[in-house]
Design a protein around this ligand. Structure first.
Ligand SMILES: Nc1ncnc2c1ncn2[C@@H]1O[C@H](COS(=O)(=O)NC(=O)[C@@H](N)CS)[C@@H](O)[C@H]1O
Ligand SMILES: [Zn+2]
Length: 412
């Protein structure tokens, strides 16, 4: 599937700071240790109701990861999927008597456009679940062969399930207890009560074709893939096991990322799937998580249609820490637009206060688990001083402009 177009990332003078990130598996903020090419997989959208501000907040967080790694001189091998076949998509198409394939294409196109407008650096590979079915089937066949997967005890629909005990370390990513796992498994696409499974938590790998449902021929018989296996296969086949960051919103901690890891580790008989499991908090509206099921969505495209500068959307979302569950409010956007205008006024000045240590502080804060609130405050300080005409350094405005572009993706 075609990815979206990229933007230039200015190279900054001075000393970059190595990135430290919170890892859900260990519960710690610790250094990432990428090789020459940092490797990152961030779960993509299920293409309907895109791109709401929850999606945007999560992809913007990982855009800062990308930019800090580049500031440290790394290439970034970034991969992202599109879940263009899944229950929720079929249900939405049914509800709107829409063609599920065209719905997916339309929403994915809008997502690309929104990501470009937000200046999010694109993944090198942007892969749909449907186009990945052949490689997904290959992984499932291996899991069946080595006994990590099994056919449900159901003559009519012998769906294939993953035995969650296969790796012996199931649960290391989320650290959730059994009760929490059961709750989230049921709430987020799992089928704990399906008869014929060895254990309620076992996850679907392959759903045998049902009347009226899309299905694909394969060595497993006609059917379609489960959800988690798509991200295992797409990530490992392009990044290899042990890549640097597996990313997504906190609603993916379990079951999705637990299973993405377990499937990949079972077939590789090795671990870890990823060295950091990084999760962004939930953006809410009026006290509820912004989500398709609730329909309380604010869309990037709606704001763009209203003439909102995407740079202000970045500033509004960066005003909160990426790991915090936080609310989107109109005031947040108004404050961001004012901040953006002040920053632009300051960098348009012929001179300003020396900017080297402001850039150093920007790097300190962003490399410390993406502390964007403190990073914005560091720029505010320089801007306030510049607007008071405190400075005579003619290179300062240009340096601030470059740093804000390179590290925050915002053009002043
Ligand atoms: N309200 C929200 N706040 C922050 N992030 C969110 C919110 N809602 C969804 N996300 C994140 O946005 C990304 C896409 O969400 S999604 O469209 O539901 N799609 C999926 O979760 C799957 N296609 C991942 S393979 C996920 O990382 C999800 O965690
Ligand atoms: Zn995923």
């Amino acid at each position: 599937m075609q990815t979206w177009s990229s933007v230039a990332v200015p190279r900054l003078p001075g000393t970059p700071r190595p990135l430290r990130l919170h890892d859900t598996a260990t519960g710690q903020v610790r250094p990432t240790a990428p090789g020459a090419a940092a490797r990152m997989y961030v779960c993509g959208i299920t293409p309907y109701d895109a791109t709401h501000l929850g999606h945007a907040a999560t992809y913007l967080a990982f855009d800062v990861v990308n930019r800090v790694w580049r500031d440290n001189g790394h290439e970034v091998h970034y991969v992202q999927n599109v879940t263009d076949i899944d229950e929720p998509l079929l249900e939405r198409a049914q509800r709107d008597s829409d063609d599920w394939i065209v719905l997916g294409m339309r929403e994915t196109a809008l997502f690309r456009e929104d990501m470009e407008a937000l200046r999010v650096l694109p993944p090198r590979q942007f892969v749909g679940a449907v186009e990945a079915i052949p490689e997904i089937v290959e992984v499932i066949a291996k899991l069946l062969a080595d006994g990590s997967a099994y056919r449900a005890d159901d003559a009519e629909f012998p769906d294939i399930y993953f035995d969650h005990t296969a790796t012996g370390r199931f649960g290391y990513e989320s650290n959730y207890d059994a009760g929490t796992m059961a709750k989230f498994f049921a709430e987020r696409g799992g089928d704990p009560d399906r008869p014929g499974k060895r254990h309620p938590l076992d996850a679907l790998l392959w759903r045998v074709a049902r009347e009226g449902e899309p299905s694909w021929e394969s060595e497993l018989g006609a059917g379609r893939p489960g959800w988690h296996i798509e991200c295992s296969a797409i990530a490992v086949n392009r990044l290899g096991l042990g890549f640097d960051v597996q990313g997504g919103g906190s609603d993916l901690i379990f079951p999705h990322h637990e299973y993405s890891a377990a499937h990949a580790e079972a077939v590789a008989a090795d671990h870890p799937f990823a060295r950091h499991y990084v999760h962004a908090g939930m953006i809410g509206l009026d006290g509820e998580k912004m989500s398709k099921s609730r329909g309380n969505l604010v869309f990037v495209s709606r704001l763009r249609a209203d003439g909102v500068d995407p740079a202000a959307i970045r500033l509004a979302l960066f005003a909160g820490h990426y790991r915090e569950d936080r609310a989107w409010t109109d005031q947040l956007l108004v404050d961001a637009q004012e901040r953006l205008a002040r920053w632009r006024e300051a960098v348009a000045l012929p001179a300003g206060p020396e900017a080297g240590d402001t850039v150093a502080r920007l790097r300190d804060h962003l490399s410390d688990d993406l502390n964007t609130p403190k990073a914005l405050t560091a720029i505010d300080a320089w801007v306030t001083s510049a607007l008071r005409r405190d400075g005579t350094d003619e290179t300062a405005p240009g340096l601030i402009k470059e740093a804000v572009d390179a590290l925050l993706g915002i053009v002043l």
